[in-house]
Design a protein around this ligand. Structure first.
Ligand code: SF4
Length: 371
C-alpha cells in the first residue's frame, strides 16, 4: 500500500517504510540524512579510520565503504570498532564480499543488481542479512544497468535507461521480499539529471521503499554542487528522498557540506544557521565579502560538528542601508551595513548599532545564543 503524505515545513514528504542502519533511522518520519563515501586506499586502514573520523566531526550520518577485495572485507570489523557512525559496505560482482562484510558486522549492504544477479547468491546474502537484521540497499546506476540479467529471465522490451532502472529495481526488490526480507532501500542514480529525476519519480510513485538520492559521477566541486542541487533538490522539493549522497570528484567533506546546504536551502534542516547575504554592488559601503567569509568560516568550523546546539536561523548580512534593511528585517537575525556602523535587526526589529570592526564577533554571539 502506498504511504500517506506527511507535512514538513512547506514540503510534503512522502512517507516511506522506516529502516534502521545501525543507530540511524532512514525513512518513515526520520529527518533526511546526509552520507558520504570514504576515498582512501583500502590497504591503509589508519587512513580510512582517520577519514571517517573527519566525516564524523562534520555530522556525516552514514559512511559507505567500497569493498574491493576480501582482505578489506575482513578488515571491516576492525574499522567498525574504531568509528561511531554506521557503515554501509558497497558490494559489486562478488557475493563473498557481502557475506564477509556481514560477518564483520557492517550496518548495511549495498548490492548492485547490474553485477550481482545470481538468484542463489542473492539468497545467501539475504539470509545472512536477515540473521543480522542488516538492511540492503538495492543500488542501481545507469552505467551497469544494461548488464543486469532479469532474475525471472524475462525478455526485456525496448526501454530507456530510467525505465529499465525502475523495472530492474522493482524486480530485484520483489525477489528479495519474496525471501521474507523487508529492510530494503533503493537508489537509482545516473549522471544525467533528467534521467535520474524521472527514475526516482516513477519508482517513488510505485513503492514505499526509503530512497537514497544522488546524481552519480557529478564531476568536480562546482559542477557537482550545481548538478546535485538541481537533481537531488528537485526530488526533495517534491517530497521524494530519505537520505542523500552528493558525489564530488574531490574530498568527501565537501560532499557532506553540500548535502547539508541542499537540505538547508529547502528548509529541510532543523538546525544550523542559513546565511543570506547580498551580492554587493556599488552601493556597498564595507568589505562585505570579507565579513561574510569570516562569519561563514567561523560558523562552519562548528556548524557541522555542533549543529545540535545551533538553532535553525536565517541570518541576513546586507551591504548597505538602502536595500539592506528590508532583507535584514525578514531574517531572524539581520544586519544592514553603514559606513562605520551596522544596524542589527532581530525578528524584524532594529536592536542596536554595532561598529563595523565588531560585526563578525557580535553576529556570532547573537547566532550562538539565539533563543
Ligand atoms: Fe547593493 Fe545594498 Fe543590495 Fe547589497 S543590499 S546588493 S549593497 S543595494
Amino acid at each position: 500500500m502506498l504511504g500517506v503524505i506527511t507535512e514538513m515545513k512547506s514540503i510534503k514528504r512522502k512517507s516511506t517504510n522506516p529502516i534502521w542502519v545501525g543507530s540511524l533511522k532512514i525513512g518513515g518520519n526520520a529527518s533526511i540524512s546526509v552520507q558520504s563515501m570514504v576515498k582512501t586506499d583500502p590497504e591503509d586502514i589508519s587512513a580510512t579510520v582517520k577519514q571517517i573520523h573527519e566525516l564524523e566531526s562534520l555530522d556525516c550520518q552514514l559512511i559507505r565503504l567500497a569493498v574491493p577485495h576480501l582482505k578489506f572485507a575482513r578488515a571491516l570489523g576492525q574499522i567498525k570498532k574504531r568509528v561511531r557512525i554506521p557503515i554501509e559496505a558497497d558490494i559489486h560482482f562478488n557475493p563473498q564480499l557481502a557475506l564477509e562484510a556481514l560477518t564483520q558486522g557492517v550496518d548495511a549492504i549495498r548490492l548492485n543488481p547490474g553485477n550481482i544477479y545470481d538468484t542463489e547468491a542473492i539468497k545467501h546474502i539475504v539470509k545472512a542479512a536477515l540473521k543480522r537484521r542488516v538492511p540492503i540497499r538495492v543500488g542501481l546506476n545507469s552505467g551497469s544497468i544494461w548488464s543486469y540479467k532479469s532474475l525471472r529471465r524475462r525478455k526485456t522490451k525496448k526501454q530507456t535507461a530510467w525505465e529499465r532502472m525502475v523495472d530492474c529495481a522493482l524486480e530485484y526488490c520483489d525477489y528479495i521480499e519474496s525471501l521474507r526480507f523487508k529492510d530494503i532501500m533503493v537508489s537509482l542514480k545516473t549522471s544525467d539529471i533528467d534521467t535520474t529525476i524521472k527514475a526516482y519519480r516513477k519508482f517513488a510513485k510505485q513503492t514505499d521503499y526509503p530512497l537514497h538520492l544522488g546524481v552519480t559521477a557529478a564531476g568536480p566541486l562546482l559542477d557537482a554542487t550545481v548538478k546535485s542541487a538541481i537533481g537531488i533538490g528537485t526530488l526533495l522539493a517534491e517530497g521524494i528522498g530519505d537520505t542523500i549522497r552528493v558525489s564530488v570528484t574531490g574530498p568527501p567533506h565537501e560532499e557532506v557540506k553540500i548535502g547539508y546546504r541542499i537540505l538547508g536551502s529547502l528548509g529541510l534542516l532543523q538546525r544550523g544557521p542559513e546565511i543570506i547575504s547580498c551580492p554587493t554592488c556599488s552601493r556597498c559601503v564595507v568589505d562585505l565579502v570579507k565579513i561574510v567569509e569570516e562569519v561563514q568560516r567561523r560558523l562552519m568550523t562548528n556548524i557541522y560538528s555542533s549543529t545540535a546546539r545551533l538553532k535553525r536561523l536565517r541570518v541576513a548580512i546586507m551591504g548597505c542601508a538602502v536595500n539592506g534593511p528590508g532583507e535584514a528585517k525578514e531574517a531572524d537575525i539581520g544586519i544592514a551595513m553603514g559606513k562605520k556602523w551596522g544596524l542589527l535587526f532581530k525578528k524584524g526589529k532594529p536592536i542596536r548599532k554595532i561598529p563595523v570592526a565588531k560585526i563578525v564577533g557580535e553576529l556570532l554571539k547573537e547566532i550562538r545564543y539565539a533563543k
